[in-house]
Write a protein that binds this ligand. Structure first.
Ligand SMILES: [Zn+2]
Length: 243
């Protein structure tokens, strides 16, 4: 778990849920006047992520925290609608998170792209299970794909593969705004699990094409291998002269 520190006693004012919501509403109004399109994280209830993959992401992000108090604050923030904008791109998450002041803080999270070797290993795991790939194409991930994401060599970034920056004065590496943005990613993954691949710099369409091509190749090479049934038939032909 994240360590506790004497310096944890630094007091930053904690805004109420009402303050966050009214600041967020003001930011949305300003953006709309300027013609800016924001992608806020809006939860339908208290639950941040409902799918197993969204929940797994939220659990995984806890290991990035250098101070554990930032985690419940981040959860409170995302539930209060503080994540007024969240954009997930290839290897990058850009977010704006509302806090104490009127102007939201700017957050940038960078994730290292997968190495070619790790990408190949993940492709091999997927090639072995093409039925789950069909689910991937339809936007749902069965729980049997869990090992593609979790553990060593999975899609989830390790602490070394992720970096954070926030414009707030908190010196914690993972401040509550970064935590809120990361929880927001968990909620967003519920809607579109293929974002997992985008985050690691992988184009999902191309990934699926290559996996399917490899699977077809493997199936064809099995077809060309003589089966015991064919050998049996050949033996019979030899024995009885049946053509
Ligand atoms: Zn911050």
């Amino acid at each position: 778990m994240a360590r506790k520190s004497y310096w944890e006693q630094t007091y930053y004012p904690q805004p109420t849920e009402y303050e966050i919501r009214s600041n967020a509403a003001q930011t949305a109004r300003k953006a709309s006047k300027k013609g800016q399109i924001l992608h806020p994280v809006i939860l339908s209830g208290r639950t941040i992520a409902k799918s197993w993959w969204g929940k797994a992401w939220c659990q995984n992000l806890e290991q990035y925290a250098d101070f554990e108090t930032r985690l419940p604050r981040g959860q409170k923030y995302v539930r209060s609608g503080a994540v007024v904008d969240l954009q997930i791109q290839k290897g990058k998450i850009a977010a704006r998170v509302q806090g104490t002041r009127k102007t939201p803080y700017k957050i940038e999270i960078r994730i290292s792209p997968l190495s070619q070797q790790r990408c190949d290993e993940i492709m091999d795991r997927c090639t072995a299970r093409v039925d789950t790939l069909e689910n991937l194409l339809s936007g749902s991930f069965p729980e049997s794909m869990k090992d593609v994401f979790l553990g060593d060599g999975g899609l989830f970034p390790t602490p070394k593969e992720i970096s954070f920056s926030c414009s707030c004065p908190d010196w914690a590496v993972m401040c509550k705004h970064v935590a809120a943005a990361l929880y927001g990613v968990g909620a967003r993954l519920d809607e579109d699990p293929t974002l997992f691949f985008s985050l690691r710099g992988i184009d999902t369409g191309r990934f699926v094409d290559v996996v399917i091509a490899n699977r077809v190749e493997a199936m064809l090479s099995n077809v060309n291998r003589p089966s015991s049934r064919i050998l049996q038939d050949a033996d019979l032909t030899e024995l009885f002269g049946v053509v």
